[in-house]
Design a protein around this ligand. Structure first.
Ligand code: FE2
Ligand code: FE2
Length: 195
């Protein structure tokens, strides 16, 4: 494996950064495979529910697909809880960050805040404020986030629903992940980017 000579980024040359760029592109091409692997990992997640986290995500994505939603939306539903393992206290943001380059601003926003909107269904049983979503009342996507949670999240814990298997969604996932938007400087400032 070819490597660069520098040990501090400030010393890197144009040729070295071109090499790294090429290798990064090759690595990025494996993203759909890594996402599929992470989704399979949701088979072992929270216990207590009547379905696994993977089944929950498949059920949501199946409902979204059958309701005629766009592929972007179906894939967003499929991935909305993919952060449960590594970001249990901020899973919505993790899923939104993964989806960010591949979906509309609106879908990004919905996924990023779905955790707060989902509180409407349970927080009053746990000493929380079920109306926390009201902080987003002025957003143009407030009602869309309510609909997302109502139709493709809170109702997706049914062990008898005939969900499509993960493989059904794989071509869709690959199509949606095929065209990342390059974030411009303003978006990087707003959403952050690794360096
Ligand atoms: Fe969630
Ligand atoms: Fe969920």
């Amino acid at each position: 494996m070819q490597t660069v000579d520098f040990i501090r980024m400030e010393d890197g040359t144009r040729e070295e950064y071109e090499l790294l760029d090429r290798l990064e592109n090759e690595h990025n091409a494996g993203l759909p495979d890594r996402i599929m692997e992470a989704l399979r990992g949701l088979e072992q997640s929270f216990s207590g529910y009547r379905v696994s986290r993977l089944e929950h995500c498949l059920q949501g994505a199946t409902r979204a697909h059958r309701a005629g939603e766009s592929e972007e939306m179906v894939v967003a539903v499929l991935l909305h809880d993919i952060g449960d393992g590594l970001a249990p206290y901020s899973h919505s943001e993790m899923a939104a960050a993964i989806l960010r380059p591949f979906v509309s601003e609106k879908i990004y926003w919905i996924v990023k805040h779905h955790g707060v909107f989902q509180m409407y269904y349970y927080a009053h049983h746990c000493g929380g404020d079920r109306n926390s979503r009201e902080m987003f009342r002025d957003s143009p996507w407030y009602q869309d986030a309510i609909d997302f949670c109502h139709n493709y999240d809170q109702n997706c814990f049914d062990p008898d629903y005939d969900s499509e298997p993960l493989e059904f969604f794989e071509p869709m996932l690959r199509r949606v992940l095929a065209n990342p938007n390059q974030l411009d400087a303003e978006q990087v400032a707003r959403y952050g980017q690794s360096g």
